[in-house]
Write a protein that binds this ligand. Structure first.
Ligand code: SF4
Length: 469
């Protein structure tokens, strides 16, 4: 089952988000907190140390990407040696079918899931529910949005767009919680509800932050114990892992598990940093009896080998979302598919087709903050510009925009025309005030239009030279 794509409605969806004061408040607070904490942790020793960690992490991911085919073969061999049953899925339909086959084989009725953006991409929950399986999201944020029938709005904080009061109302409405505004009481209530599901789940599903080729292990980092419960309590565990999640060595994993939490939540390490090595051994008392890894392509190999391949090194930390002035204003749902923010503006067109996500490459001021905070130094602004170029090349740019750019080029290539344009703009602003007319009004709907200088720089320069003479 495919996930609905609404990315061509970005402008309309952003407009709705901008008019929602609760969302504005929640997203501003969430992104600001993440952004500040990242800087404090990443550069806690020194700026040089932080930058060195970033470059080391970037090199680990780029090396893995360069050797991707070989490393995938190594990983499959070592995973199998550890007792994992390895499956390959070319697309979402195949991945979902494999999960359903496994569920049927093991007579599964209830599934406990830990947070995974890949499963959002696959629309896995819908596929399982359509087959009459009960699926419970056990990450607190995912649990809340599942109760409210929504999708995540942030890579690491899926419920960032909700205020505490909204979450309280969801718990009261959906679960019959006694009214309270105490966050700790709400968390305790959710924990109690979820504990029952952990104990009764036949199958656990997780993603995988990393796949360690040399040891045949799945690396999972998280802050809630739910991931460990999903991967160890039910008798069957499936890890769905994108093929780009591979790293070569445990040392690479150690590097990446430092920069990932520093960049996302401002922690030195997540509370749980796991290396999963397959099913329980004969001499072990706990752990799943059956462990599966499904290695998912779903469009990744088509990006591999293109100028956008570097986007595959993303470790889904969400730092670029926290830093982006567009994301900070709109939240993630405006981007109309699974991934929001700068990485979403790049990945979405690559995964769903540029024609289905035309506004996204323009959903950026190109300020460069996303590249600056990215722990693996992905050049997102360059990719956004390349995608804009592709839009023009393929005839997807708007007629009005093309005409405006041509007019701009005519004005900028002649000093006389430039001066005339400036004088007209100053006179126009005098008449219209703070709001631009017609389609240009979209720009001033949510912003002030800065005043033009009363005298242009050229005239000031001339006057100054005249005075000196
Ligand atoms: S692009 Fe970089 S900053 Fe953004 S989510 Fe991926 S790793 Fe994090």
């Amino acid at each position: 089952m495919t996930v609905e794509i609404q990315s061509n409605d970005f402008i309309a969806l952003a407009d709705i988000a901008l008019r929602n004061p609760d969302l504005q408040h929640a997203v501003a607070a969430g992104t600001r907190g993440g952004y500040q904490k990242r800087a404090e942790t990443m550069f806690a020793h020194s700026r040089e140390h932080g930058e060195h960690m970033r470059q080391q992490a970037a090199e680990a991911k780029r090396r893995a990407l360069r050797n991707l085919p070989d490393l995938l073969e190594t990983a499959e061999r070592n995973l199998s040696a550890n007792g994992w049953q390895v499956e390959w899925a070319e697309d979402a339909a195949e991945a979902n079918r494999l999960v359903l086959d496994i569920a049927r084989r093991h007579k599964v009725q209830t599934v406990a899931k830990s947070k995974s953006m890949l499963t959002e991409e696959l629309g896995l929950n819908h596929a399982l529910e359509a087959a009459d399986l009960r699926v419970v999201e056990t990450d607190l944020g995912e649990y809340i949005i599942q109760l409210n029938d929504e999708t995540p709005s942030h890579i690491v904080a899926p419920v960032m767009h909700k205020t505490k009061a909204e979450i309280r109302d969801i718990f009261i409405r959906e679960l019959g919680m006694e009214p309270t505004d105490d966050a700790e009481a709400m968390v305790a209530f959710a924990r109690k509800m979820l504990r029952h599901d952990f104990l009764n789940a036949d199958m656990g599903i997780s993603g995988g932050n990393f796949l360690i080729a040399e040891t045949g292990s799945v690396g999972l980092v998280m802050n809630e114990g739910n991931g460990r419960m999903c991967t160890s309590m039910p008798r069957v565990h499936i890890a769905l892992v994108g093929i780009e999640k591979i790293v070569e060595t445990v040392e690479d994993y150690a590097t990446l598990t430092q920069v990932l939490p520093s960049s996302s939540t401002g922690q030195k390490l997540t509370v749980y940093t796991n290396i999963l090595n397959g099913p329980r051994r004969a001499d072990e008392d706990d752990g799943p009896q059956h462990s599966y890894v499904i290695l998912v392509d779903n469009g990744r190999s088509q990006i591999y080998g293109t100028d956008y391949a570097e986007a595959l090194t993303c470790i889904r930390c969400g730092a670029c979302q926290n830093a982006c002035p567009v994301y900070r204003s709109t939240g993630g749902h405006a981007y109309g598919w699974v991934y929001g923010g700068p990485i979403g503006a790049v990945l979405t067109p690559l995964f769903v087709g540029l024609e289905n996500a035309q506004p996204l490459p323009h959903a950026s001021s190109l300020c460069g903050s996303c590249k600056q905070v990215c722990p693996v130094d992905i050049d997102l602004p360059r990719m956004l510009l390349d995608l804009r170029w592709e839009l023009v090349r393929d005839g997807h740019s708007k007629t009005g925009w093309d005409a405006a750019m041509k007019a701009w080029a005519i004005g900028m290539t002649s000093p006389r025309r430039f001066a005339l344009g400036g004088a007209t703009a100053r006179a126009g602003q005098h008449i219209m005030g703070e709001y631009l007319p017609g389609i240009l009004g979209n720009w001033t709907k949510h912003r002030d239009f800065p005043d033009f200088a009363p005298k242009p720089f050229r005239r000031l320069w001339k006057e100054r030279n005249n005075d000196r003479a």
